[in-house]
Design a protein around this ligand. Structure first.
Ligand code: NAP
Length: 865
């Protein structure tokens, strides 16, 4: 028995392990030991040697990028390399970086336990080794645990049984009667090859697949030279692409073009091959069923053209799940295999496999198919399987298997709360297979290396994701998947749906590589947001973590940074207006509602309003909703989408005015206009189906201040109001609160922005005592019932919550709801920030209860969402 101590234990010697060993051992000087159950390097490419195994991303992209010399020197013989060549490449890399001396091959990890006394991981292997290390890095892969065969009698089969996912030998199938179960990527590649040599091939198909041409060809020297000449640029473009490939021809919507144009695009992408059809044709294929239908039908047509027997063609055409919701297999002559007399397609959905018998397979109707060889191409216990197989126990004796009983819980798909210093390269809920794997792996290995370095520089020993950060990540991951058609596929492994009893949760992050990488950048740039650090396990639970900003908002902060946005003052008046206007690009599609009418309530071009009437029978209650934008920016267009959303969810008419903006019009122009729009609404809304006796007002940010000030004025001058909705409102331009100081920078609206907006609107500093601007100095008694929505990481949070206390003190029915992890303006970003829906629902519930159903009970304390 070997008992040794190391700095880092790495699992797996595939792409991930090879780079991890090189990085941590050679570049960082750490003591690294790696375990792999295989007898040599290669990972997936070691285990999957079935005939036809081949990569589905161009090899020039599906390869390491960290070593410029390697990528210049290596020559791929084909556009999409076959398994032997990729394994040769990985062997070359293993030699080049001398990784084998750090790997214990033929050794399987059977137990992994966090030792709280010594702040390290203890790993036990099937050889009886016990080794320890401060850091545990799994490079065990996503598709490395084959699904356990679920056919009774499989062990009784008298012939040879082979598993595509564990196929190491060279098997001669010539002249044999071969059966293959499964038509995923593995089955499809194998069928194409085996059909050429087998005496008879029986394909047992349950769910047909949408396979498209890979369009492979021998490397063209001119193309290779051109790629190598701009390799750095290609890698950069890859990392900025959803799938990690440098494609740039995607068009926004399959539904926005004519049928002819659509066909041209599909034909072109089919011809180009690879994932061009899937990811480089139309951007809404994975989001809109209607768009998806067009792609699915195109694939079905191609199948019907290629398969001679119409009944077989029909069976091969998928019809009951959307294209792309299973990883689209890429093929070479797959459909032509069915034109051979020796290939037989067996529909095991209609006539299921009853059991495996010694001489072959027996179907439910009693048919027996005699076989010499049975191949199981039945897939993998994807993403979670490889980690769960290691029997991992974290802090406090918590078992990963228990934590994940209802699906994976991770932060960034890389770490887990309760499992200190444990990292899963391309783990569940990371982009993994939806991001060109070698690049996804390099990003993760680098992130882990940087984290270790960060800790070493600060004398820290323990790093752990917080529960809040993890919950936010799980929410983001599930919410993004729900925006796609993925959950509509009955058996996709992306959702764990291929394994009986496995929880139905999305296993891959579907936000794309650029969004994911922005979030990771934001996490690292801000002292590892969402992580707690300590010098011992005992302290990690009480350590103060860096704020866990909602991932979607972290991505937006980084995108703004990447676009060179350095604040509203630098952007100037026009730049600020353009920046706020660009929020519309982060909104969900505008809902269809009953009616939308534009009107004017004054003679200035900015004194306009838009009336949003919901579906159904009026008269409807009415809310005037005043946009934000620091009195300088914002417009009806920015609130069009939220206004439609509120109108349809709450069943109220929303009237959204614009108003004269600063600096052209200073205080009190915007205040006067907001009130004038309210008056206009009270006088005129009946003509649009509104009931002015059930009237409310609301607004966000500076619009919240304008709404509150109008409500205060209306108390004396009318109209009578029944509801006040304030979303992240400005309460006092010179408030001095902890949230203004703590979240002064890096959270969408910065303190400097507030100051600049104030300087644009106010005529002079003396004005800030005016109770129309210093709402906290106003008499608040008699205001209508109020809901205030605040965000944890908003400079304006505290003044808004203090204002709620003042309202309550003045006897106003007031609720406050604070949204953890959120920032200013998230309310407007329904398309980009999944948790925006929580705020919308809270606002709509309030309007419905205050205006449609009558008064609600007041709540005194701050409720966190
Ligand atoms: P898969 O996509 O999960 O396909 C498994 C197949 O087995 C499905 O057709 C499934 O049918 C069938 N099956 C499973 N259990 C069955 C049962 N009890 N009775 C009948 N049929 C059964 O697995 P895979 O083909 O190994 O591919 C997995 C992933 O590996 C791919 O999606 C891809 O990411 C990766 N891969 C990539 C390549 C490449 O091109 N580079 C090649 C191979 C694999 P149902 O759909 O009805 O469940």
């Amino acid at each position: 028995m070997d008992t040794t101590q190391h700095d880092v234990i790495v699992i797996g010697a595939g792409f991930a392990g090879i780079y991890a060993i090189h990085k941590y051992r050679d570049q960082m000087g750490l003591d690294v030991v790696c375990f792999d159950a295989a007898e040599d390097v290669g990972g997936t490419w070691y285990w999957n040697r079935y005939p036809g195994a081949r990569v589905d991303i161009e090899s020039v992209h599906y390869s390491f990028s960290f070593d410029p010399e390697l990528q210049q020197e290596w020559h791929w013989t084909e556009k999409f390399a076959a398994q032997p060549e990729i394994l040769r490449y990985l062997n070359h890399c293993a030699d080049r970086y001398d990784v084998r001396r750090s790997v214990r091959f033929g050794t399987r990890v059977v137990e992994v336990t966090w030792d709280e006394q010594n702040d390290h991981w203890r790993v036990t292997t099937d050889k009886g080794d016990v080794v320890t290390a401060r850091y545990f890095v799994s490079g065990a892969g996503t598709l490395s645990v084959p699904k356990t065969p679920d056919f009774p009698g499989v062990e009784d089969f008298a012939g040879q049984t082979l598993l595509t996912g564990n196929w190491r030998e060279d098997v001669d199938l010539a002249g044999k009667r071969v059966g293959i179960i499964g038509v995923g990527s593995s089955g499809i590649q194998a069928i194409s090859e085996i059909s050429k040599v087998a005496d008879a091939l029986y394909v047992f198909q349950r769910t047909p697949n949408y396979a498209t041409p890979i369009a492979n060809y021998p490397t063209d020297p001119a193309e290779e030279a051109a790629d190598k000449a701009r390799y750095a640029e290609l890698r950069e473009a890859s990392r900025n692409h959803f799938l990690g490939v440098p494609y740039s021809d995607v068009q926004p919507s399959a539904l926005a073009v004519s049928a002819e144009e659509r066909r041209e695009v599909f034909e072109d992408r089919f011809k180009k091959g690879g994932f061009r059809f899937f990811i480089d044709s139309f951007g809404d294929i994975l989001f809109s069923q209607e768009a998806n239908d067009t792609a699915a039908e195109y694939v079905r047509e191609s199948i019907r053209k290629r398969v001679q027997d119409p009944r077989t063609a029909d069976l091969l055409c998928p019809t009951d799940y959307p294209y792309g919701t299973k990883r689209p297999p890429l093929e070479i002559d797959y459909y032509e295999a069915y034109n051979r007399e020796s290939t037989h397609l067996v529909d095991v959905k209609a006539n299921p496999i009853q059991r495996v018998i010694p001489q072959g397979v027996r179907l439910a109707d009693g048919t027996e198919v005699e076989l010499d060889v049975l191949i199981l191409a039945t897939g993998f216990d994807a993403c979670t399987g490889p980690l769960l197989a290691m029997n991992i126990t974290g802090r406090g004796g918590v078992r990963l298997a228990d934590e994940w009983a209802d699906g994976p819980q991770t932060y960034l798909g890389l770490t887990m709360a309760g499992f200190p210093n444990l990292f899963a390269i391309t783990g569940p809920q990371s982009p993994s297979v939806l991001y060109n794997m070698p690049l996804a792996i390099e990003d993760h290995v680098d992130f882990i290396g940087d984290s270790i370095q960060y800790m070493r520089e600060r004398g820290l020993t323990v790093m752990e994701a917080t529960a809040q950060a993890q919950d936010q990540w799980v929410y983001e991951t599930n919410a993004l998947a729900d925006m796609t058609l993925l959950p509509d596929s009955a058996s996709t492994w992306y959702m764990g749906a291929n394994i009986p009893g496995k929880p139905r949760r999305v296993l891959v992050y579907v936000g794309g590589a650029p969004r994911y990488r922005s979030i990771c950048d934001n996490v690292q740039r801000n002292d590892y947001r969402g992580f707690a650090f300590a010098t011992s396990t005992a302290e990690v639970e009480t350590a103060t973590p860096s704020p866990a900003l909602d991932p979607a908002l972290a991505a937006i902060v980084e995108i703004l940074r990447g676009q060179g946005f350095t604040g509203f003052e630098d952007a100037g008046v026009e730049g600020s207006r353009a920046a706020v206007e660009s929020f519309t690009a982060m909104q969900a599609p505008r809902k269809e509602i009953g009616r939308v009418v534009d009107e004017a309530y004054g003679t200035d071009p900015e004194q306009k309003l838009r009336i949003f009437v919901p579906e159904g029978e009026g008269p409807f209650p009415v809310v005037v909703y005043v946009h934000g934008g620091g009195f300088v920016a914002g417009s009806i267009e920015v609130v069009d989408e939220p206004a439609r959303d509120l109108a349809s969810r709450a069943g109220v008419i929303v009237v959204a005015p614009t108003y004269r903006r600063a600096p052209e019009h200073r205080f009190p122009a915007a205040h006067d206009d907001a009130y004038a729009a309210l008056e206009w609404t009270a006088d005129n809304v009946a003509a649009y189906g509104g009931d002015p006796s059930r009237l409310g007002i609301g607004g966000d940010s500076a619009g919240g201040m304008l709404a509150a000030a109008a409500a205060i004025r209306a108390r004396q001058e009318g109209p009578e109001l029944s509801a006040l909705l304030l979303v992240n409102p400005l309460v006092n331009p010179v408030a001095d609160t902890p949230s203004r100081r703590e979240y002064a920078e890096g959270y969408i609206i910065e303190l400097a922005d507030l100051q600049w907006f104030g300087s644009q609107y106010l005529n002079g500093p003396e004005e800030v005592t005016d109770p129309r601007l210093a709402l906290d100095a106003a008499d608040l008694a008699g205001l209508p019932q109020t809901l205030i929505l605040t965000s944890e990481y908003d400079t304006l949070r505290d003044e808004a919550e203090d204002f709620a206390t003042q309202l309550l003190g003045a006897g106003v029915e007031t609720n406050v709801q604070r949204f953890d992890g959120m920032t200013h303006d998230a309310f407007l970003m329904s398309g980009a920030v999944p948790r925006c829906i929580e705020q919308r629902l809270a606002a709509a519930d309030f309007l419905r209860s205050a205006l449609v159903e009558g008064a609600q009970e007041p709540e005194v304390e701050v409720v966190t969402a």
